[in-house]
Design a protein around this ligand. Structure first.
Ligand SMILES: [Zn+2]
Ligand SMILES: [Zn+2]
Ligand SMILES: [Zn+2]
Length: 811
């Protein structure tokens, strides 16, 4: 997310004249000290220290007037020399407060009031306050310097923060954003903190979580240790192989020394997390560089105020430096997820640790992470040896965000701490959209509130089939609606009748008699990509390539490899991956070999396969499975739904190549392994890429991208003993070529939007982007919003709003 913000068109047309030049403009020249302008700033400008910044600049430039918050952002009256007013706005634009995002600055010349003396910060204009919930932000450089400065008042204080950093979403319980409506209300300010809080010149002016060792939250270890300093004690325990549960900003982490293979294995076993990669935390970028490739873009993401987990490549690194990896932290992958400390507590803990720590979510298996002290001790006591606790309550569970730099841009894969709930501006045409609630999907759940031409996309809440996650989801919807004073006029949801989000949306709608708007899954993906790229409401249809796991299709089959031509109002399905049975239904997601079997049967027939490839290890493996049962399912269409899913094709290819054949231990594991295994040069070699055919569907105008010839080439390679990296690379290259050839066959020009969870695959995304760009197309991709189902709610909201603005009856 751009923190510097974008300038308004209004402002760009009014350049600041040099002080010794005659200024230009309609109302100019003006004698010094005789001007007034009414200023309106829109964007993320509340609760981020915006008013004191304007106050400080006004004093610097000798301006009079006032600044205050209202329902639309920040508003100010500036009186003084025209050049000084322009200089103030220029300074604000160049260096806004670190957590602010300026979307627009509007300037209106006005009369100089008779009583304009001094410069004042006025209280919020309360009747219209409905914004101001900012994301949590990593410790700023000033606070960081303070906690390591022995003479400073907050030396080694784990909860130092200011208006430029610290907790926000994770502590807010109600609006307006004020100390009394946060979990900091339990702590009365000491005189020194109160003085800072009241002083506009102090960077803690109105910093609601302001605290010090005298008056604020405190930290302790359970069981208690003899060391005087509990954070030192926790460090000693970690370096001795201990597992410590650490209460962080939005929930508990489980920490151990990432270089200690025994500790990592013990944590993995106790957490019952068989294979999923563990997040890592290091003191600084220099430590990270010893284990992974850190590009400039990666480093910028690591050091950003959101301080997300950044997925970093390790393969090229291992080739050149051959440093020992971190055993057991990311089994089977060639990437590591690293983050830097985001709170003073973590900075203090990590400062003297010259190696990475595992910093994985504090939970058992796939449950949501703990946020409460008692709950953590009760649920994690079999996993953690020690608990580093504190007494500032967490108002809501906010996971660590995950990003990856792909195709030259930082892309959010999981949007939570540091990003949510910053509103996303909707494109032009949505200004008058009615307030809406969009329920999102089933996996990687988020929901969205649409209002005032913006969408507030919630933080990530995980998979709703998990009962505590579903409870969290329902609670969070109520909390967000209260925080944003949101009263929806309709509820949008996925068309899948069994999604828990859909069922809950229907319940909510029934309770208050609201209309429901069902949205097709892949249309929502496409619309999310259009909305995040600012594609205007009245723009004509765009081609979307939407590749994901599974989504409810309009024809009663399961979709997931789609070429949709559409806009916010509707779509046509022009082409898809050729549908193949998914024998066993949901079991085929957990057991990738089932997809291999179904694909091979569809492409060659079992007899044809055995005749040519019967001597392979793959044929022997498949023959050992209950394939007669599968044949029965497929023949009778019982428990073997047809799907065009690209995710299942990845599963099938991975299992054929020997990856995760029997079982995938987490969603997407086989596809992630296949990407990790792929040789990039092989993916770039068009001559050896596996071919896909373009065929016509048996009925109707639909085109199929048919993997049958790909299977023949892949099986030839398997029979010839071709190394896995070449097979995986040739599949990625072949699929990218197949997708771009389909775009050409559809005679699409202009723009192509890429969405769906499969596009979290860096190799595939970069291949497809490169090839489509070479075909003269403009490629739209996700950056701020996840390409996976975490972005669905945004698309649902945009589609529902477009329909209502067009006057279509909901439903
Ligand atoms: Zn700070
Ligand atoms: Zn204090
Ligand atoms: Zn999806």
């Amino acid at each position: 997310m751009s923190r510097a913000g974008s300038s308004s068109a209004l402002y760009e047309t009014a350049p600041v004249p040099a002080l010794d030049q005659a200024p230009s403009g309609a109302s100019l020249p003006q004698p010094a000290g005789d001007c007034a302008e009414s200023i309106r700033v829109r964007g993320l400008v509340q609760g981020v220290g915006f008013r004191p910044t304007v106050w400080r600049l006004a004093r610097e430039y000798g301006l009079r007037g006032w600044v205050g918050n209202d329902g639309a952002g920040v508003t100010a009256l500036l009186c003084g020399a025209a050049a000084d007013i322009s200089a103030l706005i220029d300074a604000l634009q160049r260096a806004p407060p670190p957590l602010a995002r300026i979307d627009a600055i509007e300037r209106l010349p006005t009369e100089v009031p008779a009583d304009c003396e001094g410069f004042h910060i006025i209280e919020s204009i309360a009747d219209a306050v409905h914004t101001g919930v900012a994301p949590d932000a990593a410790t700023c450089p000033d606070c960081l310097a303070e906690i390591f400065e022995p003479a400073a008042r907050r030396y080694r204080y784990p909860f130092a923060n200011c208006t430029h950093c610290g907790p926000r979403l994770s502590i807010i319980e109600a609006i307006p954003y004020d100390r009394s409506t946060t979990t900091m209300r339990a702590f009365g300010m000491c005189a020194a903190c109160a003085a800072e809080y009241r002083d506009p010149a102090d960077r803690r002016f109105h910093a609601q979580p302001i605290a010090c060792a005298e008056c604020g939250p405190r930290v302790w270890l359970e069981p208690a240790q003899p060391n005087a300093d509990v954070i030192d004690a926790a460090r000693v325990l970690l370096l001795a192989g201990g597992i410590v549960a650490v209460k962080a900003l939005g929930g508990f982490h489980l920490a151990c020394d990432a270089t200690d293979a025994a500790a990592v294995a013990r944590l993995r076993k106790a957490k019952r997390r068989d294979a999923k990669p563990f997040a890592l935390m290091a003191r600084d970028v220099e430590v990270v560089r010893r284990y992974a490739v850190v590009t400039d873009a990666d480093a910028a993401a690591l050091c950003s105020v959101a301080a997300p987990i950044v997925v970093l490549e390790t393969r090229a690194f291992e080739k050149t430096i051959n440093t020992p990896a971190l055993p057991g932290t990311a089994p089977g992958l060639t990437s590591l997820g690293f983050m830097l400390p985001a709170t003073p507590l973590h900075h203090l803990l990590l400062r003297d640790i010259d190696r990475p720590l595992v910093m994985t979510s504090g939970n058992l298996a796939d449950e949501p992470q703990c946020i409460d002290n008692d709950e953590a001790v009760a649920r994690l006591h079999d996993i953690a040896d020690h608990f580093l606790l504190h007494d500032r309550d967490i108002a809501r569970r906010v996971d660590d965000s995950v990003v990856r730099v792909m195709g030259g841009a930082v892309r959010v894969l999981r949007r939570a701490r540091g990003y949510a709930p910053a509103p996303l501006a909707l494109p032009r045409g949505f200004e008058a959209a009615p307030p809406l609630l969009a329920m999102g999907g089933e996996l990687k759940s988020t929901f969205a509130l649409l209002r005032d031409g913006e969408a507030v996309l919630s933080h990530h809440m995980g998979d709703l089939e998990n009962a505590p996650s579903f409870l969290d989801y329902r609670r969070s919807i109520e909390q967000y609606r209260a925080l944003f004073a949101h009263i929806p006029s309709a509820i949008a949801m996925d068309r899948h009748p069994d999604y828990l989000s859909t069922k809950h949306g229907r319940d909510l709608a029934a309770q208050v008699g609201l209309p429901v708007i069902e949205v097709q899954h892949h249309h929502a993906h496409l619309a999310a990509c259009l909305a995040e790229n600012g594609v205007k409401l009245d723009t004509g249809p765009v081609l979307g390539i939407v590749l994901d796991g599974l989504g409810w299709g309009d024809d009663g089959t399961i979709w997931g490899g789609e070429f949709l031509h559409g806009d916010y109002l509707g779509f046509h399905r022009l082409a898809c991956l050729k549908p193949v049975a998914m024998p066993g239904g949901a079991q085929a997601i957990r057991e990738p070999w089932r997809n291999t079997y179904a694909q091979i049967v569809a492409a060659l027939g079992w007899r044809g396969f055995v005749a040519t490839y019967g001597d392979t290890d793959l044929a022997r493996y498949l023959a050992s499975k209950p394939i007669a049962v599968l044949d029965g399912m497929i023949a009778r269409s019982v428990n073997a739904p047809l799907t065009s899913s690209c995710g299942r094709l990845f599963d099938a290819v991975a299992a054929a190549a020997g990856l995760c054949r029997d079982r995938a231990l987490y969603e997407g594991q086989a596809a992630m392994f296949l990407e990790a295994a792929a040789d990039t040069e092989a993916a770039n070699d068009d001559r050896s890429a596996y071919p896909f055919a373009i065929t016509k569907a048996p009925s109707g105008p639909l085109l199929h991208l048919d993997p049958a010839p790909m299977w023949a080439a892949l099986l030839d390679d398997i029979a010839a003993g071709t190394p896995l990296p070449l097979i995986a690379g040739r599949f990625h290259g072949g699929l990218a070529i197949g997708l771009s050839r389909m775009v050409a066959a559809l005679r699409v020009t202009g723009r192509v939007a890429l969405s769906g969870g499969v596009f979290q695959n860096r190799l595939l995304l970069e291949q497809v982007m490169r090839r489509l760009t070479a075909q003269g197309l403009e490629v739209l991709t996700h950056r701020l919003v996840p390409a996976n189902d975490g972005g669905l709610a945004l698309g649902q909201a945009a589609i529902a709003a477009a329909g209502m603005l067009a006057g279509a009856p909901p439903g």
